[in-house]
Write a protein that binds this ligand. Sequence first.
Ligand SMILES: Cc1cc2nc3c(=O)[nH]c(=O)nc-3n(C[C@H](O)[C@H](O)[C@H](O)COP(=O)(O)OP(=O)(O)OC[C@H]3O[C@@H](n4cnc5c(N)ncnc54)[C@H](O)[C@@H]3O)c2cc1C
Ligand code: FES
Ligand code: FES
Length: 484
Amino acid sequence: METRTIRFIRRGDVVALPNVPADRTLLEVLREDLGACGTKEGCGEGDCGACTVVLGEAGPDGVQYRAINSCIRLAHSVDGLALWTVEDIANADGSLHPAQEAMVACHGSQCGFCTPGFVMSLFGMYRNHVVRGEAITRELAQEALSGNLCRCTGYRPILDAAQTMKHWRADEIDEELLLAQLRTLGRPRGNGESYLLPHSLQELLALRAALPRAQLVAGCTDVGLWVTKMHMRFAQVLDVTRVAELRRIEEHPGHLRIGAAVTLADAYAALVADRPQLKAFANRFAGLPVRNSGTLGGNVANGSPIGDSMPLLIALGATVLLASTRGERELPLEDFYTGYRKNVLAADEVLAWIHVPRPAPGEFLRAYKISKRFDDDISAVCLAVRLQVEDAKVAAIRIGAGGVAATPARARRTESLLLGREWTQATALEAGESLRGEFQPISDMRASAGYRREVLGNLMQRFWLETQGRAGLNLESFLLEEAA
Ligand SMILES: Cc1cc2nc3c(=O)[nH]c(=O)nc-3n(C[C@H](O)[C@H](O)[C@H](O)COP(=O)(O)OP(=O)(O)OC[C@H]3O[C@@H](n4cnc5c(N)ncnc54)[C@H](O)[C@@H]3O)c2cc1C
Ligand code: FES
Ligand code: FES
Protein backbone atom coordinates (compact mmCIF):
# COMPACT_ATOMS: atom_id res chain seq x y z
CA MET A 1 0.00 0.00 0.00
CA GLU A 2 1.23 3.50 -0.81
CA THR A 3 2.71 5.39 2.13
CA ARG A 4 2.70 9.13 2.33
CA THR A 5 6.00 10.92 2.98
CA ILE A 6 6.13 12.20 6.55
CA ARG A 7 7.26 15.82 6.83
CA PHE A 8 8.12 17.60 10.04
CA ILE A 9 10.40 20.37 11.21
CA ARG A 10 13.50 19.49 13.18
CA ARG A 11 16.39 21.87 13.94
CA GLY A 12 14.87 24.44 11.59
CA ASP A 13 14.82 22.08 8.58
CA VAL A 14 12.09 20.02 6.99
CA VAL A 15 12.68 16.30 7.51
CA ALA A 16 11.00 14.20 4.79
CA LEU A 17 10.67 10.48 5.39
CA PRO A 18 9.21 8.36 2.57
CA ASN A 19 7.98 4.77 2.89
CA VAL A 20 7.44 4.65 6.64
CA PRO A 21 4.97 1.84 7.47
CA ALA A 22 1.71 3.02 9.03
CA ASP A 23 2.38 1.22 12.31
CA ARG A 24 6.03 2.23 12.79
CA THR A 25 6.51 4.09 16.06
CA LEU A 26 8.07 7.51 16.33
CA LEU A 27 10.78 6.11 18.61
CA GLU A 28 11.71 3.49 16.00
CA VAL A 29 11.99 6.18 13.37
CA LEU A 30 14.10 8.40 15.62
CA ARG A 31 16.52 5.77 16.85
CA GLU A 32 16.68 3.39 13.90
CA ASP A 33 16.03 5.55 10.83
CA LEU A 34 17.43 8.91 11.95
CA GLY A 35 20.12 7.66 14.34
CA ALA A 36 18.79 9.98 17.07
CA CYS A 37 19.74 7.60 19.86
CA GLY A 38 19.75 10.29 22.57
CA THR A 39 16.08 9.45 22.97
CA LYS A 40 16.01 6.27 25.04
CA GLU A 41 13.74 3.26 25.14
CA GLY A 42 12.91 2.04 28.64
CA CYS A 43 9.53 0.42 29.08
CA GLY A 44 8.10 0.84 25.57
CA GLU A 45 4.67 1.43 27.08
CA GLY A 46 4.43 5.07 28.12
CA ASP A 47 5.29 4.46 31.76
CA CYS A 48 8.87 5.66 32.27
CA GLY A 49 9.32 8.78 30.13
CA ALA A 50 12.79 7.83 28.82
CA CYS A 51 11.50 8.34 25.27
CA THR A 52 10.00 11.80 25.85
CA VAL A 53 10.21 14.22 22.92
CA VAL A 54 8.43 17.53 22.39
CA LEU A 55 6.04 18.34 19.55
CA GLY A 56 5.19 21.85 18.40
CA GLU A 57 1.99 22.81 16.62
CA ALA A 58 0.73 26.19 15.48
CA GLY A 59 -2.03 27.24 17.88
CA PRO A 60 -4.12 30.40 18.37
CA ASP A 61 -1.53 31.88 20.79
CA GLY A 62 1.65 30.86 18.99
CA VAL A 63 3.34 27.48 19.05
CA GLN A 64 1.90 24.91 21.46
CA TYR A 65 4.56 22.63 22.91
CA ARG A 66 3.65 19.15 24.11
CA ALA A 67 5.95 16.60 25.69
CA ILE A 68 4.85 13.13 24.54
CA ASN A 69 6.05 9.51 24.74
CA SER A 70 7.60 8.64 21.38
CA CYS A 71 7.58 4.89 22.13
CA ILE A 72 3.81 4.56 21.79
CA ARG A 73 3.15 7.28 19.23
CA LEU A 74 2.93 6.35 15.56
CA ALA A 75 5.49 8.19 13.42
CA HIS A 76 2.97 9.42 10.84
CA SER A 77 1.08 11.33 13.53
CA VAL A 78 3.84 13.99 13.67
CA ASP A 79 3.36 14.90 10.02
CA GLY A 80 3.06 18.69 9.71
CA LEU A 81 4.42 19.38 13.22
CA ALA A 82 7.75 20.49 14.70
CA LEU A 83 9.73 17.97 16.74
CA TRP A 84 12.56 18.28 19.25
CA THR A 85 14.62 15.46 20.73
CA VAL A 86 17.23 15.91 23.43
CA GLU A 87 19.81 16.28 20.64
CA ASP A 88 18.05 19.30 19.19
CA ILE A 89 17.82 21.84 21.97
CA ALA A 90 21.40 23.03 22.64
CA ASN A 91 22.31 26.42 21.16
CA ALA A 92 24.04 26.72 17.80
CA ASP A 93 27.41 27.39 19.50
CA GLY A 94 27.08 24.12 21.42
CA SER A 95 26.20 25.74 24.76
CA LEU A 96 23.50 23.93 26.68
CA HIS A 97 19.79 24.72 26.75
CA PRO A 98 18.57 26.15 30.10
CA ALA A 99 16.85 22.80 30.77
CA GLN A 100 20.20 21.04 30.38
CA GLU A 101 22.23 23.68 32.26
CA ALA A 102 19.85 23.51 35.20
CA MET A 103 20.03 19.69 35.32
CA VAL A 104 23.84 19.85 35.42
CA ALA A 105 23.94 22.64 38.02
CA CYS A 106 21.43 20.90 40.31
CA HIS A 107 23.05 17.45 39.98
CA GLY A 108 19.87 16.10 38.42
CA SER A 109 21.39 13.04 36.75
CA GLN A 110 23.29 9.91 37.79
CA CYS A 111 22.97 6.93 35.43
CA GLY A 112 21.42 9.24 32.91
CA PHE A 113 19.04 6.81 31.26
CA CYS A 114 16.05 8.80 32.39
CA THR A 115 17.78 12.15 31.89
CA PRO A 116 16.94 12.76 28.19
CA GLY A 117 13.27 12.30 29.06
CA PHE A 118 13.44 14.65 32.03
CA VAL A 119 15.29 17.23 29.97
CA MET A 120 12.60 17.10 27.31
CA SER A 121 9.78 17.49 29.85
CA LEU A 122 11.74 20.45 31.27
CA PHE A 123 12.14 21.84 27.75
CA GLY A 124 8.36 21.63 27.23
CA MET A 125 7.82 23.42 30.54
CA TYR A 126 10.44 26.04 29.64
CA ARG A 127 8.77 26.87 26.33
CA ASN A 128 5.20 26.83 27.71
CA HIS A 129 5.86 28.72 30.95
CA VAL A 130 9.33 30.25 31.43
CA VAL A 131 9.37 31.91 28.00
CA ARG A 132 5.92 33.37 28.76
CA GLY A 133 7.20 34.85 32.01
CA GLU A 134 5.31 32.41 34.24
CA ALA A 135 6.85 31.17 37.48
CA ILE A 136 7.57 27.46 37.84
CA THR A 137 6.11 26.46 41.19
CA ARG A 138 7.01 23.17 42.85
CA GLU A 139 3.48 21.96 42.09
CA LEU A 140 3.74 22.84 38.41
CA ALA A 141 7.14 21.15 38.17
CA GLN A 142 5.76 18.00 39.78
CA GLU A 143 2.83 17.97 37.37
CA ALA A 144 5.03 18.48 34.31
CA LEU A 145 7.45 15.73 35.39
CA SER A 146 4.73 13.28 36.46
CA GLY A 147 5.39 11.03 33.45
CA ASN A 148 9.14 10.70 34.04
CA LEU A 149 10.63 8.09 36.37
CA CYS A 150 14.11 8.24 37.86
CA ARG A 151 15.41 5.35 39.87
CA CYS A 152 18.74 6.73 41.06
CA THR A 153 18.88 10.51 41.38
CA GLY A 154 15.62 11.01 43.20
CA TYR A 155 13.33 13.85 42.31
CA ARG A 156 14.47 16.74 44.52
CA PRO A 157 17.44 17.86 42.36
CA ILE A 158 15.34 17.51 39.20
CA LEU A 159 12.54 19.62 40.66
CA ASP A 160 15.18 22.16 41.71
CA ALA A 161 16.40 22.19 38.12
CA ALA A 162 12.85 22.91 36.91
CA GLN A 163 12.60 25.90 39.21
CA THR A 164 15.98 27.36 38.26
CA MET A 165 15.80 27.13 34.45
CA LYS A 166 14.93 30.81 34.22
CA HIS A 167 18.37 31.79 35.56
CA TRP A 168 20.23 30.52 32.49
CA ARG A 169 20.76 32.15 29.13
CA ALA A 170 17.51 32.07 27.15
CA ASP A 171 17.22 29.55 24.32
CA GLU A 172 17.36 30.54 20.67
CA ILE A 173 14.06 29.36 19.28
CA ASP A 174 12.60 31.95 16.93
CA GLU A 175 8.90 31.31 17.29
CA GLU A 176 7.82 33.65 14.49
CA LEU A 177 10.08 31.81 12.07
CA LEU A 178 8.86 28.46 13.35
CA LEU A 179 5.23 29.47 12.88
CA ALA A 180 5.98 30.54 9.32
CA GLN A 181 7.70 27.21 8.67
CA LEU A 182 4.78 25.28 10.13
CA ARG A 183 2.40 27.18 7.88
CA THR A 184 4.55 26.47 4.82
CA LEU A 185 4.64 22.81 5.70
CA GLY A 186 0.87 22.96 5.56
CA ARG A 187 -1.62 20.20 5.96
CA PRO A 188 -0.62 16.59 5.53
CA ARG A 189 -2.09 15.39 2.24
CA GLY A 190 -3.42 12.26 0.67
CA ASN A 191 -6.23 9.76 0.73
CA GLY A 192 -6.29 6.09 -0.14
CA GLU A 193 -2.93 5.58 1.57
CA SER A 194 -1.88 3.53 4.53
CA TYR A 195 -1.99 6.35 7.11
CA LEU A 196 -4.97 8.64 6.76
CA LEU A 197 -5.11 12.02 8.48
CA PRO A 198 -8.45 13.63 7.54
CA HIS A 199 -8.96 17.28 8.49
CA SER A 200 -12.74 17.52 8.51
CA LEU A 201 -15.50 15.43 10.01
CA GLN A 202 -17.02 14.92 6.58
CA GLU A 203 -13.71 13.50 5.30
CA LEU A 204 -13.33 11.30 8.38
CA LEU A 205 -16.84 9.86 8.12
CA ALA A 206 -16.47 9.15 4.39
CA LEU A 207 -13.18 7.33 5.06
CA ARG A 208 -14.67 5.42 8.00
CA ALA A 209 -17.57 4.28 5.80
CA ALA A 210 -15.28 3.29 2.94
CA LEU A 211 -12.60 1.64 5.10
CA PRO A 212 -14.28 0.07 8.13
CA ARG A 213 -11.30 -2.25 8.66
CA ALA A 214 -8.71 0.53 8.97
CA GLN A 215 -7.47 0.85 12.56
CA LEU A 216 -8.96 3.98 14.05
CA VAL A 217 -6.50 5.81 16.30
CA ALA A 218 -6.45 9.02 18.30
CA GLY A 219 -3.56 9.76 20.70
CA CYS A 220 -2.39 6.15 20.45
CA THR A 221 -1.73 5.81 24.19
CA ASP A 222 -3.68 2.55 24.16
CA VAL A 223 -3.21 1.45 20.56
CA GLY A 224 0.55 2.12 20.80
CA LEU A 225 0.82 -0.66 23.38
CA TRP A 226 -0.98 -3.07 21.06
CA VAL A 227 1.93 -2.42 18.66
CA THR A 228 4.86 -2.45 21.12
CA LYS A 229 3.63 -5.11 23.56
CA MET A 230 1.16 -7.27 21.65
CA HIS A 231 3.05 -6.94 18.33
CA MET A 232 -0.12 -6.24 16.40
CA ARG A 233 0.36 -4.92 12.86
CA PHE A 234 -1.88 -2.42 11.08
CA ALA A 235 -1.77 -2.12 7.32
CA GLN A 236 -4.04 0.92 7.35
CA VAL A 237 -4.57 3.52 10.06
CA LEU A 238 -7.25 6.21 10.26
CA ASP A 239 -6.15 8.99 12.61
CA VAL A 240 -8.85 11.31 14.03
CA THR A 241 -6.58 13.85 15.71
CA ARG A 242 -6.51 16.47 12.93
CA VAL A 243 -10.29 16.64 12.45
CA ALA A 244 -11.04 20.30 13.23
CA GLU A 245 -14.57 19.70 14.54
CA LEU A 246 -13.38 17.00 16.94
CA ARG A 247 -10.61 19.17 18.41
CA ARG A 248 -12.92 21.86 19.78
CA ILE A 249 -14.35 22.47 23.22
CA GLU A 250 -17.56 24.48 23.09
CA GLU A 251 -19.13 26.06 26.15
CA HIS A 252 -22.92 25.98 25.98
CA PRO A 253 -25.12 27.25 28.83
CA GLY A 254 -26.28 23.74 29.74
CA HIS A 255 -23.30 21.65 28.75
CA LEU A 256 -19.69 21.48 27.59
CA ARG A 257 -19.32 19.94 24.16
CA ILE A 258 -15.94 18.24 24.08
CA GLY A 259 -14.67 16.90 20.75
CA ALA A 260 -13.52 13.29 20.88
CA ALA A 261 -10.04 14.27 19.65
CA VAL A 262 -9.44 16.87 22.37
CA THR A 263 -6.41 15.81 24.39
CA LEU A 264 -6.92 14.63 27.94
CA ALA A 265 -4.83 17.61 29.11
CA ASP A 266 -7.20 20.10 27.44
CA ALA A 267 -10.40 18.19 28.21
CA TYR A 268 -9.57 17.97 31.92
CA ALA A 269 -8.54 21.64 31.97
CA ALA A 270 -12.07 22.48 30.76
CA LEU A 271 -13.69 20.13 33.27
CA VAL A 272 -11.57 21.61 36.09
CA ALA A 273 -12.45 25.17 35.02
CA ASP A 274 -16.11 24.26 35.60
CA ARG A 275 -15.50 22.16 38.71
CA PRO A 276 -12.21 23.11 40.44
CA GLN A 277 -12.54 20.25 42.94
CA LEU A 278 -11.56 17.88 40.09
CA LYS A 279 -8.00 19.24 39.83
CA ALA A 280 -6.32 16.56 41.95
CA PHE A 281 -8.26 13.81 40.14
CA ALA A 282 -7.31 15.28 36.75
CA ASN A 283 -3.62 15.40 37.66
CA ARG A 284 -3.69 11.76 38.61
CA PHE A 285 -4.72 10.61 35.13
CA ALA A 286 -1.49 8.98 33.88
CA GLY A 287 1.39 11.49 33.54
CA LEU A 288 1.54 14.68 31.47
CA PRO A 289 3.04 13.09 28.29
CA VAL A 290 0.13 10.61 28.17
CA ARG A 291 -2.41 13.37 28.83
CA ASN A 292 -0.74 15.47 26.11
CA SER A 293 -1.26 12.73 23.54
CA GLY A 294 -4.26 10.70 24.70
CA THR A 295 -7.74 12.01 24.00
CA LEU A 296 -10.98 12.00 25.95
CA GLY A 297 -12.68 10.22 23.03
CA GLY A 298 -9.98 7.54 23.03
CA ASN A 299 -10.47 6.96 26.74
CA VAL A 300 -14.25 6.64 26.35
CA ALA A 301 -14.17 4.56 23.15
CA ASN A 302 -11.54 2.24 24.54
CA GLY A 303 -13.96 1.51 27.38
CA SER A 304 -11.48 0.03 29.83
CA PRO A 305 -13.30 -0.94 33.03
CA ILE A 306 -10.44 0.70 34.94
CA GLY A 307 -10.43 3.88 32.86
CA ASP A 308 -10.78 7.08 34.90
CA SER A 309 -12.90 9.44 32.83
CA MET A 310 -15.94 7.21 32.55
CA PRO A 311 -16.95 6.95 36.24
CA LEU A 312 -16.65 10.73 36.44
CA LEU A 313 -18.58 11.33 33.22
CA ILE A 314 -21.29 8.87 34.26
CA ALA A 315 -21.67 10.69 37.59
CA LEU A 316 -21.92 13.97 35.69
CA GLY A 317 -24.66 12.59 33.43
CA ALA A 318 -22.59 12.92 30.25
CA THR A 319 -23.89 11.77 26.88
CA VAL A 320 -21.95 10.65 23.82
CA LEU A 321 -22.67 11.64 20.23
CA LEU A 322 -21.87 9.07 17.59
CA ALA A 323 -21.54 10.15 13.98
CA SER A 324 -21.49 8.44 10.58
CA THR A 325 -22.38 9.42 7.01
CA ARG A 326 -25.90 8.23 7.95
CA GLY A 327 -26.29 10.89 10.66
CA GLU A 328 -25.81 11.31 14.40
CA ARG A 329 -27.20 9.69 17.52
CA GLU A 330 -26.86 10.61 21.18
CA LEU A 331 -26.98 8.31 24.16
CA PRO A 332 -26.10 8.32 27.85
CA LEU A 333 -22.50 7.26 28.37
CA GLU A 334 -23.49 4.29 30.53
CA ASP A 335 -25.53 2.89 27.62
CA PHE A 336 -22.53 3.07 25.26
CA TYR A 337 -20.95 -0.12 26.64
CA THR A 338 -22.18 -3.62 25.88
CA GLY A 339 -19.43 -5.74 27.47
CA TYR A 340 -15.73 -5.88 28.25
CA ARG A 341 -14.21 -3.27 25.90
CA LYS A 342 -17.28 -3.57 23.66
CA ASN A 343 -19.59 -0.75 22.69
CA VAL A 344 -22.50 0.09 20.42
CA LEU A 345 -20.39 1.78 17.69
CA ALA A 346 -21.28 0.49 14.22
CA ALA A 347 -18.43 -0.25 11.79
CA ASP A 348 -18.97 3.07 10.00
CA GLU A 349 -19.40 5.20 13.13
CA VAL A 350 -17.02 7.26 15.23
CA LEU A 351 -17.40 8.80 18.64
CA ALA A 352 -17.60 12.50 17.80
CA TRP A 353 -18.48 14.49 20.95
CA ILE A 354 -18.99 14.11 24.64
CA HIS A 355 -21.59 16.41 26.21
CA VAL A 356 -20.98 17.16 29.87
CA PRO A 357 -23.71 18.97 31.87
CA ARG A 358 -22.50 22.19 33.56
CA PRO A 359 -22.56 22.35 37.38
CA ALA A 360 -26.06 22.48 38.86
CA PRO A 361 -26.83 24.80 41.80
CA GLY A 362 -26.06 23.05 45.09
CA GLU A 363 -24.31 20.15 43.38
CA PHE A 364 -21.73 18.33 45.51
CA LEU A 365 -19.26 16.33 43.44
CA ARG A 366 -16.25 14.23 44.29
CA ALA A 367 -14.15 11.80 42.23
CA TYR A 368 -11.80 9.36 43.95
CA LYS A 369 -9.01 7.30 42.41
CA ILE A 370 -7.47 4.47 44.41
CA SER A 371 -4.19 3.22 42.98
CA LYS A 372 -0.91 1.91 44.32
CA ARG A 373 1.12 4.88 43.17
CA PHE A 374 -0.02 8.50 43.33
CA ASP A 375 1.23 9.58 39.89
CA ASP A 376 1.03 7.77 36.60
CA ASP A 377 -0.84 4.68 37.76
CA ILE A 378 -4.02 2.89 36.76
CA SER A 379 -6.95 2.78 39.21
CA ALA A 380 -7.76 -0.29 41.26
CA VAL A 381 -11.06 1.42 42.06
CA CYS A 382 -12.51 4.70 40.93
CA LEU A 383 -15.68 6.25 42.34
CA ALA A 384 -17.41 9.48 41.38
CA VAL A 385 -20.49 10.77 43.19
CA ARG A 386 -22.66 13.76 42.32
CA LEU A 387 -25.26 14.69 44.90
CA GLN A 388 -27.89 17.37 45.27
CA VAL A 389 -29.63 17.75 48.63
CA GLU A 390 -32.82 19.76 49.04
CA ASP A 391 -34.64 20.16 52.36
CA ALA A 392 -32.13 17.74 53.91
CA LYS A 393 -33.18 15.03 51.43
CA VAL A 394 -31.37 13.54 48.47
CA ALA A 395 -32.94 15.31 45.50
CA ALA A 396 -30.57 13.98 42.82
CA ILE A 397 -27.77 11.45 42.88
CA ARG A 398 -25.53 9.86 40.25
CA ILE A 399 -22.72 7.43 41.00
CA GLY A 400 -20.12 6.18 38.52
CA ALA A 401 -17.71 3.38 39.39
CA GLY A 402 -14.62 1.87 37.79
CA GLY A 403 -12.66 -1.29 38.55
CA VAL A 404 -15.76 -3.12 39.76
CA ALA A 405 -17.31 -4.70 36.64
CA ALA A 406 -16.52 -5.60 33.03
CA THR A 407 -17.39 -2.08 31.94
CA PRO A 408 -17.41 1.35 33.56
CA ALA A 409 -20.60 1.21 35.63
CA ARG A 410 -23.42 3.29 37.02
CA ALA A 411 -24.48 2.30 40.56
CA ARG A 412 -28.20 2.40 39.85
CA ARG A 413 -29.22 0.27 42.84
CA THR A 414 -27.44 2.51 45.33
CA GLU A 415 -28.75 5.59 43.56
CA SER A 416 -32.37 4.41 43.97
CA LEU A 417 -31.72 3.53 47.60
CA LEU A 418 -30.54 7.09 48.21
CA LEU A 419 -33.06 9.06 46.20
CA GLY A 420 -35.54 10.88 48.46
CA ARG A 421 -33.82 9.74 51.67
CA GLU A 422 -32.54 12.10 54.35
CA TRP A 423 -28.84 12.75 53.82
CA THR A 424 -27.47 11.56 57.17
CA GLN A 425 -24.55 9.47 58.40
CA ALA A 426 -26.84 6.46 58.67
CA THR A 427 -27.98 6.87 55.05
CA ALA A 428 -24.38 7.24 53.90
CA LEU A 429 -23.37 4.05 55.75
CA GLU A 430 -26.28 2.19 54.19
CA ALA A 431 -25.26 3.49 50.76
CA GLY A 432 -21.72 2.25 51.39
CA GLU A 433 -23.01 -1.23 52.22
CA SER A 434 -25.23 -1.14 49.16
CA LEU A 435 -22.27 -0.19 46.94
CA ARG A 436 -20.23 -3.07 48.36
CA GLY A 437 -22.97 -5.48 47.33
CA GLU A 438 -23.91 -3.91 44.01
CA PHE A 439 -20.94 -5.13 41.97
CA GLN A 440 -18.94 -8.34 41.62
CA PRO A 441 -15.39 -7.08 41.09
CA ILE A 442 -12.62 -9.47 40.15
CA SER A 443 -9.25 -10.10 41.81
CA ASP A 444 -6.24 -9.18 39.69
CA MET A 445 -2.71 -7.84 40.11
CA ARG A 446 -4.01 -4.44 41.15
CA ALA A 447 -6.35 -5.53 43.96
CA SER A 448 -8.44 -8.38 45.28
CA ALA A 449 -12.20 -8.46 44.80
CA GLY A 450 -12.66 -8.14 48.58
CA TYR A 451 -10.43 -5.06 48.74
CA ARG A 452 -12.31 -3.42 45.89
CA ARG A 453 -15.68 -4.02 47.56
CA GLU A 454 -14.38 -2.74 50.90
CA VAL A 455 -12.94 0.40 49.32
CA LEU A 456 -16.21 1.21 47.52
CA GLY A 457 -18.06 1.41 50.83
CA ASN A 458 -15.25 3.35 52.50
CA LEU A 459 -15.25 5.92 49.71
CA MET A 460 -18.95 6.51 50.26
CA GLN A 461 -18.20 7.22 53.92
CA ARG A 462 -15.46 9.62 52.87
CA PHE A 463 -17.92 11.30 50.55
CA TRP A 464 -20.34 11.77 53.44
CA LEU A 465 -17.60 13.35 55.56
CA GLU A 466 -16.70 15.70 52.76
CA THR A 467 -20.32 16.79 52.36
CA GLN A 468 -20.10 17.80 56.01
CA GLY A 469 -16.91 19.78 55.36
CA ARG A 470 -14.89 17.31 57.36
CA ALA A 471 -12.49 15.90 54.81
CA GLY A 472 -9.69 15.83 57.37
CA LEU A 473 -11.55 13.54 59.76
CA ASN A 474 -10.26 9.99 59.65
CA LEU A 475 -12.42 6.91 59.50
CA GLU A 476 -11.66 5.90 63.08
CA SER A 477 -12.99 9.15 64.53
CA PHE A 478 -15.96 8.91 62.21
CA LEU A 479 -16.84 5.45 63.51
CA LEU A 480 -16.31 6.60 67.10
CA GLU A 481 -18.75 9.44 66.48
CA GLU A 482 -21.11 7.03 64.82
CA ALA A 483 -21.01 4.70 67.82
CA ALA A 484 -21.53 7.58 70.28
C1 LIG B 1 1.49 5.07 30.93
C2 LIG B 1 0.00 5.09 30.74
C3 LIG B 1 -0.80 5.51 31.80
C4 LIG B 1 -2.17 5.53 31.65
N1 LIG B 1 -2.92 5.94 32.71
C5 LIG B 1 -4.26 6.00 32.58
C6 LIG B 1 -5.05 6.47 33.67
O1 LIG B 1 -4.54 6.90 34.72
N2 LIG B 1 -6.40 6.45 33.51
C7 LIG B 1 -6.99 6.00 32.36
O2 LIG B 1 -8.21 6.02 32.26
N3 LIG B 1 -6.27 5.58 31.32
C8 LIG B 1 -4.92 5.55 31.41
N4 LIG B 1 -4.17 5.12 30.35
C9 LIG B 1 -4.84 4.64 29.11
C10 LIG B 1 -4.93 5.67 27.96
O3 LIG B 1 -4.04 6.71 28.12
C11 LIG B 1 -6.30 6.28 27.84
O4 LIG B 1 -7.26 5.25 27.65
C12 LIG B 1 -6.43 7.29 26.70
O5 LIG B 1 -7.49 8.16 26.96
C13 LIG B 1 -6.64 6.68 25.34
O6 LIG B 1 -6.83 7.72 24.41
P1 LIG B 1 -6.08 7.74 23.02
O7 LIG B 1 -6.50 8.97 22.34
O8 LIG B 1 -4.63 7.56 23.22
O9 LIG B 1 -6.72 6.45 22.33
P2 LIG B 1 -6.08 5.46 21.27
O10 LIG B 1 -5.05 4.62 21.91
O11 LIG B 1 -5.69 6.16 20.04
O12 LIG B 1 -7.38 4.58 20.96
C14 LIG B 1 -7.98 3.76 21.95
C15 LIG B 1 -9.21 3.07 21.35
O13 LIG B 1 -10.23 4.02 21.12
C16 LIG B 1 -10.62 3.99 19.74
N5 LIG B 1 -10.93 5.37 19.38
C17 LIG B 1 -10.14 6.47 19.59
N6 LIG B 1 -10.81 7.57 19.20
C18 LIG B 1 -12.01 7.17 18.73
C19 LIG B 1 -13.15 7.86 18.19
N7 LIG B 1 -13.19 9.18 18.06
N8 LIG B 1 -14.23 7.12 17.82
C20 LIG B 1 -14.23 5.77 17.96
N9 LIG B 1 -13.19 5.07 18.46
C21 LIG B 1 -12.10 5.77 18.84
C22 LIG B 1 -9.46 3.40 19.01
O14 LIG B 1 -9.88 2.80 17.81
C23 LIG B 1 -8.96 2.38 20.02
O15 LIG B 1 -9.76 1.23 19.94
C24 LIG B 1 -2.77 5.11 30.44
C25 LIG B 1 -1.97 4.71 29.36
C26 LIG B 1 -0.59 4.71 29.51
C27 LIG B 1 0.25 4.30 28.35
S1 FES C 1 10.12 4.03 26.77
FE1 FES C 1 9.16 4.23 28.70
S2 FES C 1 7.69 5.76 28.27
FE2 FES C 1 8.49 5.34 26.35
S1 FES D 1 19.55 9.10 36.66
FE1 FES D 1 19.29 6.97 36.85
S2 FES D 1 17.25 6.56 36.41
FE2 FES D 1 17.43 8.68 36.41
